[in-house]
Design a protein around this ligand. Structure first.
Ligand SMILES: Nc1ncnc2c1ncn2[C@@H]1O[C@H](COP(=O)(O)OP(=O)(O)O)[C@@H](O)[C@H]1O
Ligand SMILES: [Mg+2]
Length: 333
């Protein structure tokens, strides 16, 4: 886990103990110190914002501003005026002067999120700004020198965008002096239990509750989910479950809104390495074995508790190599 006290009083915490996250934390220490431009890559919700903040915090500019803006959902003109500022009357709606975030970030870090959404015209202006370290507000004549470290994030494959001519090659190399990839939750399911605990704790505090944790069934459902929305999706799922679960009780699989479909998923995940699959299987085996014991190997009752179908559980038992001690088959139940 990565943890740091921020100057403002808050804490920056990145939870994870999987090998891929440990490697990421080691990278953060070295890359953070360098002051180089960094491109943070990873699917949506994996924690790219957290990583960008950690990089800033670890670096030589930690006492200077960290300013972020997103290239998504802004027109070119709005993005440019956000970044470079504008003078009064530069365009319809520009009622006053705007300093621009590049200057607000002077001496600090400028974090540009969703850089892959930026169109070619704006890319050219950004590159020019980075090369000259100078900004000229939209509609203005005078330029100002600024000194910023740039960190960008994207959930796209920018290399592919470069190949397709949608992203400037020169800008790409300028931004990814160093690339840091944040792994998806799917690739590090072994982090799911500590992440869940962390969020349960956080939302208990936030809502003044005392939810006791996850039931084994709920844990099995979470482990089987695909997590397209990664940690953000898990965070939302846990928040909802904490709100809905009575104090002192555990979160049950029924309370969850994610689809309990662990069975088919296994076969649909050729991208998972065998180490990851094995660690997930080990976790599932433990949970399922405990539940089977509780129900004297009654498959229907166990399936019900785990929130999966009976057929699904039977197939899973076969795949995981789980057998009732002394027999060849699990009880017909
Ligand atoms: N490893 C982690 N530990 C704790 N919280 C995390 C972690 N990864 C992501 N989060 C939380 O999940 C949400 C999404 O993270 P964010 O950094 O915005 O993702 P991204 O920028 O990749 O879409 C945030 O609320 C963030 O605090
Ligand atoms: Mg983000």
């Amino acid at each position: 886990m990565f943890s740091a006290q921020l100057p403002g009083g808050g804490r920056l915490e990145i939870i994870g103990s999987s090998p891929s996250m440990q490697a990421l934390f080691r990278d953060l220490e070295t890359v953070g110190r360098s002051d180089a431009a960094v491109l943070v890559e990873g699917e949506t919700g994996v924690g790219k914002n957290l990583v960008a903040r950690a990089l800033h915090h670890l670096g030589p500019r930690s006492n200077q501003p960290f300013v972020s803006l997103s290239a998504a959902n802004l027109t070119d003109q709005l993005f440019e005026s956000e970044l470079f500022g504008h003078v009064r009357g530069a365009f319809t709606g520009a009622y006053g002067d705007h300093k621009g975030l590049a200057r607000v970030a002077d001496n600090g870090t400028l974090f540009i999120d969703e850089i892959g959404e930026m169109n070619l015209g704006t890319q050219a202006k950004l590159l020019c700004f980075l090369d000259q370290q100078e900004v000229r507000p939209v509609g203005g004549l005078r330029t100002a020198r600024v000194n910023v470290r740039v960190i960008c994030a994207t959930n796209r494959d920018l290399r592919e965008s470069v190949r397709k001519g949608e992203f400037r090659r020169d800008l790409y190399y300028r931004l990814r002096v160093i690339a840091v990839r944040v792994p998806s939750l799917r690739e590090r399911l072994e982090d799911l239990p500590i992440l869940s605990d962390y969020f349960i704790h956080r939302f208990n505090r936030h809502y003044g509750k005392s939810v006791a944790g996850l039931s084994d069934g709920a844990m099995a459902v979470l482990l089987g989910h695909r997590w397209e929305g990664n940690v953000r999706e898990l965070e939302n799922e846990i928040e909802r479950a904490v709100v809905l679960t009575p104090d002192e009780r555990k979160i049950l699989s029924d309370t969850l809104s994610v689809e309990p479909e662990p069975i088919v998923r296994d076969e649909m995940q050729p991208e998972g390495t065998s180490v990851l699959r094995e660690s997930r299987h080990a976790a599932e085996r433990k949970i399922i074995a405990k539940s089977l014991q509780r129900h004297q190997w009654n498959v229907s009752a166990t399936a019900r508790e785990l929130g999966i179908s009976r057929v699904g559980l039977t197939r899973k038992l076969k795949r995981l190599g789980l057998r009732r001690p002394g027999t060849d088959e699990p009880s017909a139940g």
